[in-house]
Write a protein that binds this ligand. Structure first.
Ligand SMILES: [Zn+2]
Length: 453
């Protein structure tokens, strides 16, 4: 694991411990990492070298980041969220999903979400994600050009999904125009934006008609982009779909022909063994959002079973109105613990498995595993530096255990995305966080004034 050490890096991280999330080797106690043109140029194991620092030109790097006592690992991948919903965080809590959606969230989105609020809220959400170690997100919402723009402005990598729903959505008044809107959105973002990958999202089997579900699938296949959908989230949903179509949500979608290797199903809390087999055969990938599922008492995906069947599972926070945070460290901790309770088995969902879900498996789910998800020469430099020099992380025996069970997002000191320094020692390099928070706070005050007490 050396790389082209003779080239001068743009950024040189020195004396870091490295968790590569590969098998060769999984951990390096002390290494220098060179980054150039957005990629990892070399990883130099300092203890393996006869004379530390004898190769390469560390002093010539444009920027040197001393990292003794810090752990370099791949940036986390949040496979499902609705970022602009940070604007509605805490507006309505402690309610069942359908009451929460129909009584509060959908009406508030209709009234308060527009290009301006979506952009401002997305900037805030991205700041929160960067501060807690997420470098790639997959977002599904409306006014998505503004979300993509926010990603460009914060320097984040994002899969940005245009949302579809069959009743009047904030920016999609006429459902007949859906396919055209999808095509136009993809055309705007499919080329020329290396950090942005556009995709399509149908809200659910109960809010989208079969025509919408099939039409958007057709476009996603034509354009070779991911197709996302909330699926089998609650018992109520299963009941509604069974009553309407005489089959479960999974079997209904399969009959429509929308389940395939390009489909990312979110939640999947209520699955039979037959449905798990079907999802595995179709190559469907699953985004698991344990904190949102717990808060809404929606159910829980049978993740150990899904993994045993070879299904790719990534982690998502879901929107902050149902979580209520974007910290993937907390999500990893919850994912590792909740399934042990459900299965009465402390050996399921071990720390290494959960950490893979938060990194390389999340990347695989989004079709980005050749670019990101591990620390390897030639991959994109999407890296986070975790400050290990803290009481709750001392001593360090096994990195995965410490990261999943003891660490939190606030332990992330520095974030590099696509080879660019975005956060350094918890200070943003090129965005004004105070200004972003003040803008969203003003928007929140306006919403508070307009809502009935
Ligand atoms: Zn969701």
């Amino acid at each position: 694991m050396t790389g082209r050490a003779e080239e001068i890096p743009d950024i040189l991280i020195t004396d870091a411990s490295v968790l590569t999330m590969t098998d060769h080797p999984p951990f390096i106690a002390r290494a220098d990492i060179g980054i150039r043109d957005g990629l990892i140029l070399f990883i130099r194991d300092k203890e393996a070298l006869p004379e530390p620092g004898r190769s390469g030109h560390p002093d010539a790097a444009r920027q040197i980041i001393p990292a003794r006592g810090q752990l370099v690992m791949p940036g986390l991948v949040n496979t499902h969220t609705h970022l602009p919903m940070v604007l509605l965080r805490g507006l309505a809590d402690d309610l069942p999903l359908m009451e929460w959606l129909n009584g509060f969230i959908f009406p508030a989105e209709g009234r308060f979400m527009n290009e301006k609020t979506v952009y401002a809220a997305s900037l805030l959400a991205m700041a929160e994600m960067i501060l807690s170690g997420t470098t790639t997100f997959c977002d599904s919402y409306f006014f998505v050009d503004r979300i993509a723009q926010a990603a460009l402005d914060t320097g984040m990598r994002g899969v940005v999904c245009q949302g579809f729903i069959d009743f009047s959505a904030p920016d999609v008044a006429d459902s007949r125009k859906k396919a055209r809107l999808a095509e136009q959105f993809l055309s705007r973002w499919q080329n020329g934006h290396p950090l942005i990958k556009p995709a399509l999202f149908c809200h659910s089997p109960y809010t989208c008609s079969s025509e919408t579900l099939k039409e958007i699938k057709r476009v996603s296949l034509d354009r070779q982009v991911p197709y996302l959908i909330h699926l089998a989230e609650t018992k109520d949903e299963v009941g509604m779909i069974k009553e309407k179509y005489r089959k479960t949500p999974v079997l209904y979608l399969d009959d429509l022909g929308v389940l395939d290797a390009g489909t990312i199903a979110v939640h999947c809390n209520w699955l039979t063994d037959v449905e798990i087999e079907l999802l595995a055969c179709r190559g469907v990938k699953i985004s698991h959002c344990p904190e949102s599922n717990m808060k809404l008492a929606a159910g829980m995906a049978p993740v150990p079973k899904l993994l045993r069947r070879g299904i790719t599972v990534g982690l998502g926070t879901d929107g902050t109105a149902s979580n209520n945070n974007l910290d993937l460290f907390r999500e990893m901790s919850m994912a590792a613990r909740i399934h042990k309770v459900i299965e009465s088995d402390p050996t399921v969902m071990d720390a290494g498995t959960v950490l893979r879900m938060g990194t390389i498996d999340g990347a695989r789910l989004l079709g980005l595993d050749r670019q990101i998800g591990t620390v390897e020469v030639g991959k994109a430099a999407d890296l986070i530096l975790v400050d290990l020099n803290q009481p709750h992380l001392t001593p360090l025996y096994r990195c995965p255990s410490q990261l999943v069970y003891a660490a939190s997002g606030s332990d992330v000191a520095t974030v590099i995305i696509d080879g660019k320094l975005v956060l350094h020692n918890r200070t943003f390099v090129h965005i004004d966080l105070q200004n972003i928070m003040e803008t969203v706070r003003d928007m929140g005050n306006l919403i508070s004034r307009e809502l009935p007490a």
